[in-house]
Design a protein around this ligand. Structure first.
Ligand SMILES: Cc1cc2nc3c(=O)[nH]c(=O)nc-3n(C[C@H](O)[C@H](O)[C@H](O)COP(=O)(O)O)c2cc1C
Ligand code: SF4
Ligand code: SF4
Length: 384
């Protein structure tokens, strides 16, 4: 068994009753990610088992896929099978079960079961196998938002923590995410697959993660082509609360442990593992916390416009927040106060000397900046 990595209390991630101990997840792979496979990844913060087929229709469809040599989990007693898996995965990590069904009833039954085991239910709005699409499940749900949202509302009545797994660039991702949020889901698990034929994008389409961060308060699990810490950091720096790994867990099984170690080390050093990139480096709106005084023509002005905040209001909001906090101070820094200072990972001896003078650690500084970003975004007048 691989060595246990202790990350307890380092991240403080809470999604309803679910408390993943770190922000690295194993993504679902039908016919592969069952409790036995997942037991190799017990250092993950979240294990998404499945996809499981919950009714006769989806199991028959999965059988047809098996006949053409795709992997699938097939069972003639799907709910018992699901319960067996939840039981076997107990104690591994926080668990989610990715599920498909042709109608709402089995989803409700699975939701009750997931809740009983303290697990997250993940509705699969992602699969694009023709047999599943013909049943109106998987990606077909993305193209039928009223039905998708109706399902979310009904499922949420069970009290389960609900994730929706989507594929990017199929429909308008921002409208979809907003609808998913309004219907009451807790998590969006986005396969940030680039648009078909977009050769400029190597790996994931990070822009989708940023757009959804800027337009919703959903817990975001970013997925697609996370193969090393660099690709994981790209997702975190654009707004993902967690990243998930599917294919790389097959080709390099050590990847999950590696990512858990790296992100834990970043969190210990900075206190904000998914801090945004600066606005001028393409970061999401949370990065307004790191912006300078609005005195020069730069990307800040576009970001403020997007948030519906004027330059004057921005100055007022940041100054008001900083008053009587340690970042109010900042002698020798560019703008005389650390309110306007950069992210801790940007080397700067002026800010570092202000931090030393005010007795503030790097982690404390970044935690104040995190609260500042929440404060700024509370004042936004636009969310699109
Ligand atoms: C063999 C295989 C089976 C998959 N089965 C499912 C599934 O049942 N449900 C689902 O939501 N996603 C499924 N996926 C998609 C993955 O969860 C993930 O979104 C996709 O592979 C992109 O992430 P990656 O680049 O880390 O592989 C599957 C992927 C693979 C490779
Ligand atoms: S204000 Fe500073 S940090 Fe913000 S976008 Fe402009 S140059 Fe970048
Ligand atoms: S003093 Fe350093 S950290 Fe502060 S705004 Fe200037 S460059 Fe950025």
């Amino acid at each position: 068994m691989n060595e246990a990595i202790v990350t307890e209390n380092l991240f403080n991630i809470k999604i309803g009753y679910a408390a993943p101990k770190n922000p690295i997840a194993l993504a679902p792979m039908a016919g592969i990610t069952d409790s036995k496979f997942a037991s190799r990844f017990r250092n993950a913060g979240l294990i998404v088992l499945g996809g499981y087929n919950l009714d006769a229709g989806t199991n028959e469809a999965a059988q047809k896929e098996l006949d053409r040599e795709r992997k699938e989990f097939v069972s003639d007693r799907p709910i018992e099978f699901l319960e067996g898996e939840l039981d076997a995965a107990r104690g591994l990590a926080a668990v989610a079960v990715n599920v498909r069904a042709a109608t709402i009833e089995p989803l409700i039954e699975a939701a009750r079961l997931a809740k009983k085991y303290g697990a997250i239910l993940e509705m699969n709005a992602h699969c694009r196998q023709p047999e599943m699409l013909a049943l109106g499940t998987g990606e077909a749900l993305l193209k039928d938002t009223p039905r998708l949202c109706g399902y979310i509302r009904e499922i949420k009545k069970t009290g389960v923590v609900l994730s929706v797994k989507t594929r990017a660039n199929v429909v308008d991702d921002v409208s979809l995410a907003k609808a998913i949020e309004s219907a009451g889901a807790d998590i969006i698990h986005i396969d940030a697959m680039p648009p078909e034929g977009d050769n400029d994008l190597a790996g994931a389409d990070i822009r989708v993660i940023k757009r959804i961060r800027n337009s919703t308060g959903l817990f975001i699990i970013g997925n697609n082509s996370v193969v090393d810490f660099e690709s994981a950091k790209e997702m975190f720096g654009h707004g993902a609360d967690m990243v998930s790994v599917a294919r790389a867990a097959l080709s390099s099984p050590g990847i999950i442990d590696h990512l858990v170690r790296e992100i834990s080390s970043l969190q210990s050093l900075t206190g904000w593992y998914n801090a945004p990139k600066h606005i001028c480096a393409g970061g999401d709106l949370r990065a307004l916390a790191f912006c300078c005084l609005p005195v020069k023509p730069c990307a800040l002005h576009g970001a403020l416009k997007q948030a519906g905040i004027s330059a004057e209001e921005f100055m007022k909001i940041k100054t008001e927040f900083a008053r009587n906090t340690p970042i109010e101070y900042g002698e020798g820094t560019c703008f005389g106060s650390m309110t306007w200072c950069c992210k801790i990972t940007k080397p700067c001896f002026l800010r570092d000397s202000a931090l030393t003078s005010s007795g503030l650690s790097d982690v404390e500084y970044m935690q104040i900046k995190k609260r500042l970003s929440e404060y700024i975004l509370k004042h936004r007048k636009r969310r699109d």
